[in-house]
Design a protein around this ligand. Structure first.
Ligand code: ZN
Length: 473
């Protein structure tokens, strides 16, 4: 194969007859190899979204497993991820055509999703885009770097003469071609696979029907990608099992991390002129845990671990969906003290703690002692569980320092548990710009709790349970 050759991939008009041909198994020709493999430094995938058909960008729903994208880029992200070592985001969810999940390669191969590109790029820049024009009988083609080996890159162009459809449903608009299916085929070329003789394989030269069937790679395609990158080595290749963001600290768990020099790879917030992943480098690990500060510029997409000291195909982990701007859910924690009248005050919330809003996130406490003074306080230093006086039943659940907010009477009747407290915490923070935790930063985590008068109690006061939340965009 000439390194500068284009791989032209033929559409449905020819495939219709191919479907009718019944070939004996002994006549089938298995996967073919183009003679290169894509190096670890060239795993990035971007999309320049110049697709002109309305049907190419009419999936506006998005998908929590594929954060930050809709339309054509989302379809292409899914297409390339189908070749990966494991199911994307562990579940492989997101394609109604593949209830078994996206990510079927089972080889030592994973992509680095880098979102939107700012241009079609040069040949070899690892960008998908539409090409205005028509080449009769050809849907799309994959090309390598000018004058360079295909080990370092590719570029995929889709002819505008066809009506492209971004799905994600398995039933497309009439007369359209499935972008995800054709992208999955073309990316197979970028990985080093030639056409196969198996008509049910994604790497079959003729796209069958509308192309939806090509979204899912088949046993022949899997054998091909494993022949190039090796069968997934679970003893060496790093595996990501979970990711969490607390404030600005990213914590990932998994296996096969190195003792030193691990890297976390993030999707850059785009559009991006380069496909180079956003990396945090030099990370030590006990083998199963990594923590790092969230780097500026990280966007919604994927997170991966590049194992310290491990070059080659076994060095880059599977991908988990990661959205640094997602709002962590509000959670209750800690133990409420039992008041002298056997009230057990309990915290709740309503609304969203949005940094771009000036009100609308209310913290409440129910089941308080009636007709007593109460106030809410918060901290930004995490949780605590410090006994509130010797012999009492309450705990200080917010790590000091703490910020007192509004004091108010709980209402209800003395001696009963009908008291309550409520504060639009967001409005209070906006009105008190010098308060602890201001100005609000997206991703910052707060812990809050209610204090109230209870004269017979050990400290003449008691405390509710606590609530934790993160500031949303
Ligand atoms: Zn092809």
């Amino acid at each position: 194969m000439n390194a500068k050759a284009m791989l032209r991939c033929v559409p449905a008009a020819l495939a219709a007859s191919a479907l009718l041909v019944v070939v004996a198994p002994t006549d089938l020709r298995a996967y073919g190899l183009l003679g290169f493999n894509l190096g670890q430094s060239y795993r990035d995938v971007r999309v320049f979204n110049n697709f002109g058909d309305a049907t190419a960008n009419d999936n506006t729903q998005g998908d929590a497993s594929w954060p930050g994208q809709t339309g054509a880029p989302l379809a292409i992200w899914k297409a390339c991820s189908e070749w990966c070592s494991e199911k994307h985001d562990l579940s492989g969810a997101g394609d109604p055509h593949q209830p078994g999940g996206l990510g079927s390669g089972g080889a030592n191969f994973d992509i680095s999703w880098q979102g939107l590109a700012t241009s079609i790029g040069a040949a070899g820049d690892r960008v998908h885009s539409e090409l205005v024009g028509n080449n009769p009988g050809v849907y799309a083609f994959t090309e390598g770097p000018l004058g360079g080996p295909w080990d370092t890159g590719w570029r995929i162009r889709y002819y505008s003469a066809w009506a492209w459809d971004d799905g994600p449903d398995a039933t497309l608009s009439s007369g359209t071609v499935d972008l995800q299916g054709v992208a999955c085929h073309e990316y197979g070329h970028a990985l080093g696979l030639a056409h196969t003789g198996f008509s049910n394989a994604t790497m079959y030269a003729f796209v069958i029907g509308d192309g939806v069937g090509a979204r899912s790679i088949e046993s022949d395609d899997i054998a091909g990608v494993q022949a190039i990158y090796g069968v997934l080595d679970t003893a060496i290749k790093p595996h990501l099992a979970s990711v969490a963001l607390n404030g600005t600290t990213v914590t990932v768990t998994g296996s096969n991390f190195a003792a030193t020099n691990n890297e976390l790879w993030f999707t850059r917030a785009g559009p991006n002129a380069t496909g180079t992943p956003l990396k945090v480098t030099g990370l030590a690990s006990n083998g199963t845990l990594l923590t790092a500060s969230l780097p500026a510029g990280a966007g919604p997409g994927d997170i991966q671990v590049r194992k310290g000291g491990a070059g080659g195909h076994k060095g880059l982990s599977n991908a988990l969906a990661f959205d640094p701007q997602a709002c962590a859910g509000v959670v209750s924690y800690c133990t409420a003290g039992l008041s002298s009248n056997l009230c057990l005050p309990t915290m709740t919330s309503s609304g969203t703690p949005s940094a771009s809003a000036s009100s609308g996130f209310t913290l409440s406490c129910l089941n308080l002692e009636g007709n007593k003074n109460a106030l809410l306080f918060h901290g930004v230093s995490g949780r605590a569980a410090l006994p509130w006086g010797t012999g009492g039943s309450s705990y200080l659940c917010v790590q000091p320092p703490t910020q007192r907010t509004l004091s108010a009477n709980t209402g209800g009747s003395s001696g009963g548990c009908g008291g309550s407290y409520a504060l639009d915490w967001l409005a209070w923070m906006v009105a008190n710009p010098g308060a602890l935790g201001t100005p609000l930063q997206v991703g910052a985590t707060f812990d809050a709790q209610v204090w109230y008068r209870d004269p017979p109690a050990v400290k003449t006061t008691n405390l509710s349970n606590a609530i934790e939340f993160s500031v949303c965009p």
